[in-house]
Design a protein around this ligand. Structure first.
Ligand code: GRF
Length: 349
């Protein structure tokens, strides 16, 4: 992976005999970003092969301070080596690449636009002149730098934790998990809780390695017994949940969950609230002869489907729709709306 300078020099000689040109550049390449990649592609295009002198861990520390490099020299080399425009990597142990230039005798020396020929180190410049290298300063890509990348990463803060409660299929849970996987929603699902031991939502969560628990709801058909309310509250608190997401949870939450998570519980409902609260809302809209229905994400309070509306999607009711076909179309809209609104809530906290 990292080639010795002697081997690199032998290779250079073999290429030279064939009339091929070696381009040489150097750098730390700690957190590879698009600016690096564009620059390296341009450097490679100046000749036939690109040799990089990559700063060793000790030399990065000497240049950038004790918190760098973020990635070890072996890891940095492994990432660089995977680029199609990189042919060979040698290790740069010193702060300057003078010795490497003298041994490698590159045909072309490429440097990023944060340097000018005048600001190049005088020793390096002398070495480049003595080996007859052509010096090329390549344009910088604005806004793409390791420092800017680090600043963006640091300003993001810790990930929010969400707890999802569901009684059924868990297709909304799945949509949220996929949005997280795709990098479209910055959150961690810390726990999934169901009032039904064999609900597919629990199996889906376990498949993803998420803590998934059944809480015995007690004997009521649609209510949650007091011990269950307490257990849910305790489990959400123990998991460090910032936002509680109801995704098809079919029982009414009461204190203490409602109190401890006041203003931090959201639900998705399959109608354009305030129209058609309660069960089978899609069927209610279809039976009423509506042309349009949809879904709503709202805050949860003690009223059934009654809290502040946070977002809605409209869904047309088509001729020949059955309750099932309409519900399936609403579900599709839910899977887009719910992750989007959750992201907005977390971003505004
Ligand atoms: C959805 O229709 C949602 O609007 C309602 O319950 C259903 C949950 O579906 N509150 P799923 O379990 O996410 O597939």
């Amino acid at each position: 992976m990292i080639t010795s300078i002697n081997e690199a020099a032998n290779w250079r000689d073999a290429l030279h005999v064939r009339g091929q040109k070696v381009v040489f550049t150097s750098g730390c390449f700690d957190l590879l970003h698009a600016g690096h990649v564009r620059y390296l592609k341009q450097a490679r295009a100046l000749g036939d092969v690109l040799v990089i002198a990559m700063n060793s861990d000790a030399s990065v520390r000497a240049l950038k301070g004790p918190t760098r490099p973020v990635n070890s020299q072996d890891d940095r080399a492994e990432v660089l080596e995977a680029l199609a425009c990189v042919d060979l990597i040698v290790l740069l142990e010193d702060e300057r690449s003078t010795k490497i230039i003298e041994k490698l005798r590159p045909h072309i020396f490429a440097k990023g636009g944060d340097y000018t020929i005048e600001s190049l180190n005088s020793e390096e410049l002398a070495a480049l002149k003595s080996v007859g290298a052509d010096i090329q300063i390549l344009p910088l890509v604005p806004g793409k730098s390791t420092t800017a990348t680090l600043q963006r990463a640091e300003s993001r803060g810790p990930e929010s934790k969400i707890g999802i409660l569901g009684s059924g299929e868990g297709s909304n849970f799945d949509a949220i998990a996929r949005a997280i996987d795709a990098g479209n929603l910055r959150a961690e699902i810390a726990i999934v809780i169901s009032d039904s031991a064999d609900a597919p939502i629990l199996a889906k969560a376990r498949q993803r390695g998420i803590n998934a628990v059944f809480v015995n709801p007690g004997s009521g058909k649609s209510s949650l017994a007091e011990p269950a309310q307490k257990e849910i509250r305790d489990r959400l608190l123990a998991a460090g949940v910032d936002l509680v997401v109801l995704a098809g949870f079919m029982r009414l939450l009461k204190p203490p969950v409602l109190d401890d998570f006041a203003g931090r519980i959201v639900n998705i409902h399959p109608s354009l609230l305030p129209a058609y609260k309660g069960l089978e809302a899609w069927k209610q809209a279809l039976d009423a002869g509506e042309k349009v229905t949809g879904c709503t994400v709202h805050m949860v309070d003690a009223q059934l489907d009654g809290g502040t509306v946070l977002g809605q999607s409209k869904v047309p009711i088509l001729p020949g729709d059955t309750p099932e076909s309409l519900h399936a179309r609403i579900h599709e809209a839910e899977h887009v709306l719910f992750p989007k609104i959750i992201g907005q809530i977390l971003a505004s906290r």
